[in-house]
Design a protein around this ligand. Structure first.
Ligand code: GLU
Length: 374
């Protein structure tokens, strides 16, 4: 299983508050963080993209505001997050800078990962950061997220990010080393090293384990597993208590692996193909049809006609000149812009619509052929 991490091209690592923030001093555990960053730098050096999802804003901020120990009211935790997020981002930025890695703070709300248009924007920004070699450090925008539009836990947030970014491995560093058949202190409870499918039995094992600083527990980790697995992303729950927590996973330390049945790209394509009702249609010429057959993206030049009323990110059908649906994909332009750029070379997109959008009207990764996936 360790090879799933060793060979991963894009890794999301989630760090719980209890690992990062010292419960006695209320400060970041800088020495431990340095060992984690050493691991992340090594993964980066072999070519993997790294995305961090870091908790800890509330845990860091509560002390500065003089808030009491124990459970905070929503407004109190939002206020604490506003204070603590500054320190959290600074700790990551300084720690990564010691390895000459640029940190980028990204604060997201539920809608940024759930709503199609915002999802695409967040994905584009994160992709740009990764392409530039930066490490995005993501947290929920706790201060503005009200209870209805909140994740509340970074386990599910990290899984959504992994799915949005087509990551192939999600690492949940926690204060527990993995999943047990019952609470670990219970006699007869045994460790579960591998999960291939999240069944009702697995969910029942999660029970309720809430640690002092975090909000996650095993239930949200199992929820994260469902999101990750259905997006084709493998997930591992491992203890982050020791130094070099990621290296330890690679060295085979005990942890629970959740293995996805399909790859991220296969899952994404299956999801696109399964859209019940495409909301628009692009008619393409013979040249574009054969290019798609060879595994290329769809460029505006090959589009003859655009119909429907769609927005960027919606699923549309790609139809040939005989009227047969040959592919389905997520379109990169709103209807009005798509209609304007149909037939044009990519270099002329800006002149036609006033901004420089993507070169492709449907990117290859967002496109699935109807007869046989490519
Ligand atoms: N977003 C919260 C924070 O940074 C943490 C949520 C969690 O622990 O999962 O404090």
């Amino acid at each position: 299983m360790t090879s799933l991490l060793q060979s991963a091209k894009r890794i999301v690592v989630k760090i719980g508050s209890a690992l990062l923030v010292d419960s006695n001093t209320g400060a970041v555990k800088a020495r431990w963080l340095a060992t984690l960053i050493d691991d992340l730098e090594k993964a980066k050096a072999r070519g993997a993209d790294i995305i961090v999802v870091s908790s800890g804003a509330i845990a860091l901020g509560r002390r500065s505001l003089g808030l009491p120990a124990g459970k905070l009211r929503l407004e109190e935790s939002q206020a604490a997050a506003a204070v603590g997020q500054i320190a959290l981002a600074q700790s990551w930025s300084e720690a990564l800078a010691t390895r000459k890695i640029v940190a980028a703070q990204v604060l997201v709300t539920l809608a940024d990962t759930e709503e199609r248009r915002r999802h695409l924007n967040a994905r584009a920004t994160l992709s740009t950061l990764l392409a530039q070699g930066a490490v995005p450090v993501i947290n929920e925008n706790d201060t503005v997220a009200t209870s209805e539009i909140r994740y509340g836990d970074n386990d599910r947030l990290a899984a959504r990010v992994a799915s949005m970014m087509s990551a192939d491995c999600l690492v949940l560093l926690s204060d527990i080393d993995g999943l047990y058949t019952a609470p670990p202190e219970k006699p007869g409870s045994t460790f579960v090293p591998l999960v291939k499918e999240i069944t009702a039995e697995i969910e029942a094992m999660a029970g309720k384990t809430i640690s002092g600083l975090g909000v996650g527990g095993m239930i949200t980790k199992i929820e994260a597993g469902k999101i990750a697995l259905s997006a084709g992303c493998n997930m591992v729950i491992a203890s982050g208590h020791q130094d070099h927590p990621v290296r330890r996973i690679m060295d085979g330390e005990r942890c629970t692996w959740f293995v996805a049945p399909l790859s991220a790209l296969q899952s994404r394509k299956r999801w696109i193909a399964g859209t019940l009702q495409p909301v628009g249609c692009l008619v393409v010429d013979d040249g574009a049809q054969s290019a798609l057959g060879r595994g290329k993206s769809l460029l505006p030049a090959g589009v003859k006609q655009v119909t429907g009323n769609f927005s960027r990110g919606d699923t549309v059908s790609v139809v040939n000149l005989e009227g047969q649906e040959i592919a389905r994909g997520l379109v990169a332009y709103d209807y009005s812009d798509a209609a304007r750029i149909a037939g044009l070379k990519s270099a002329d997109i800006e002149k036609a619509i006033g901004f420089r959008g993507r070169d492709e009207i449907i990117h290859r990764d967002d496109l699935v052929m109807i007869n046989g996936e490519r």
